[in-house]
Ligand binder design. Structure first.
Ligand code: SF4
Length: 468
């Protein structure tokens, strides 16, 4: 068992046969020998590596190492209790943790760990990046396959499922368990995604699956996005079925939404190709947490994307989403320069990411890196998933955030999840006249001409608008 500590990592989601795997692992542990034993003890271990701090003052460094190892797909935990290091090592051995990484003053200064293998004994001081590449971990595990779709880079053994819960290793390749299946469909106004500058007033066919490569404690779609239960995928749909459904319901576009579409890349790309051939547009509602290698492949197949920028703090991303912010910023920068239409949404959560300082920093970065003309939505949090005790975001908080963004000269700033006609209206950045007046998801007035210009002053309004 992991040591009881607030900083002890929860074990990552395992394949449904996790207990069977462990049963086999225990048998192999006792009866097998040689390299098979080493392999089994590592990949079957619920906890592959435990970081042990020499004293509590190295907790911060230990935590940084922990996050690095977890993001690399290792099932790691941290023991930062005030126990003597000898006792922690003994406990780690008793718990059958294959690798122990001791961190103290020298390691914190060098960016390293002192590594010990349960079978090999002391392995010496290793820099953290080299621990991740250490042959002990990966070279001996010849059957493992790496999923390179998102920054987690899960290393999967045959039959093992990645952290997102839908990608597994089959015959040495990564395969999508949820291909061709969905939790169901809905026809929405496109404003609900939210997209305010992409064919306003049109209808969009929305569908999603299960799983996610982040684990946000405030997930507003947790029943599917944080689930790993494949039986929730009750509807089968080929790409052609989806095109047919969208056409029948007079939708101009199809949205990959409700859970993270990146993790279903193969299915999403096939559906997107079928949509484009049929003249339908495609929209991804995504967390943007994707690897550099797969970013263009995925997003170039989309006509529009709404990316959740969950906060402007890497600590928040690590503590509340089990992720990191930099890949998301890279995705935003990529999309701002691409042909894919981009809008950005930040869910403001009381006391966690709604300070003036943080919103200020977000807007400053936004205007410098994405430009003034990309729409930014601040939307209201409602208690959900693991954050049930926080209050909903108040209207004044959303208004304040919008004011800050406008003070950075951002042209199109919206509030969402509340009744706020002014915060949901599009104003011309030149003459300040309301060019699209919305009430929630319906359009009351539309003053943009067929050339995408303001009907009052002729200023171009950034976006994709109907030509007639
Ligand atoms: S997409 Fe899933 S399996 Fe692939 S690296 Fe990310 S979390 Fe792991």
């Amino acid at each position: 068992m992991c040591p009881a500590s607030a900083e002890t990592a929860a074990c990552h989601c395992r394949a449904p046969l996790g207990s069977f795997e462990r049963f086999c692992g225990i048998l192999i542990e006792h009866f097998a020998a040689g390299s098979l034993q080493i392999i089994s003890s590592l990949w079957l271990a619920l906890e592959q590596i435990r970081i042990l701090t020499v004293s509590e003052k190295f907790g911060e460094y230990g935590n940084a190492v922990l996050k690095k190892l977890q993001l690399s797909g290792l099932r790691a935990s941290l023991d930062n209790r005030g126990e003597k290091i000898g006792a922690k090592i003994r406990e780690g051995r008793l718990d059958l943790v294959p690798y122990l990484a001791v961190v103290g003053a020298k390691e914190a200064e060098n960016g390293s760990v002192a590594l010990r293998g349960r079978k090999e004994g002391e392995l010496g001081e290793l820099l953290v990046p080299s621990v991740l590449a250490e042959p002990i971990f990966f070279d001996r595990i010849t059957s493992m396959t790496q999923c390179d779709l998102c920054p987690r880079q899960c290393t999967l053994s045959e039959g093992q499922t990645g952290i997102c819960g839908v990608r597994t290793c089959r015959d040495g390749n990564v395969s999508l368990l949820s291909y061709g299946k969905t939790t169901g469909f809905a026809v929405d106004p496109i404003e609900k995604k939210p997209l305010n500058h992409f064919y306003p007033g049109s209808k969009i066919l929305s569908f999603g699956s299960i799983g996610c490569n982040l684990s946000c404690q405030f997930c507003q779609n947790a029943t599917t996005a944080q689930s790993r239960d494949l039986s929730l995928l009750t509807t089968s749909a080929t790409p052609e079925d989806i095109v047919r459904l969208a056409t029948q319901h007079h939708c101009e576009s199809v949205a990959f939404t409700y859970n993270e579409p990146i993790i279903s890349k193969e299915y999403v790309l096939d559906v997107a190709a079928a949509c484009r051939s049929a003249g339908l547009k495609t929209v991804a509602v995504s967390n943007g947490f994707i690897s550099e290698k797969c970013r263009s492949d995925f997003f170039d197949s989309m006509d529009a994307a709404n990316i959740d920028l969950k906060s402007f703090s890497d600590t928040f991303y690590r503590d509340y989403c089990n992720g990191e912010i930099e890949p998301v910023k890279d995705t935003l920068r990529y999309l701002a320069r691409s042909h894919t239409w981009l809008e950005v949404t930040t869910l403001l959560i009381p006391s966690l990411n709604d300070s003036d300082v943080e919103i200020d920093a977000l807007c400053n970065w936004f205007s410098e890196n994405l430009g003034r003309e990309i729409p930014l939505h601040f939307s209201a949090f409602h208690p959900a998933h693991k954050l049930l005790t926080l209050p909903s975001t108040s209207a004044p908080t959303l208004h304040r955030a919008r004011e800050i963004a406008l003070s950075f000269d951002l042209c199109y700033v919206y509030t969402g999840n509340i009744d706020d006609p002014a915060g949901q209206t599009t104003y011309c950045p030149q003459c300040d006249q309301p060019v699209i007046i919305r009430h929630r998801f319906t359009i009351d007035e539309y003053k943009i001409d067929e050339e995408s210009c303001c009907k009052y002053c002729g200023q171009t309004i950034n976006g994709r608008f109907a030509e007639s």
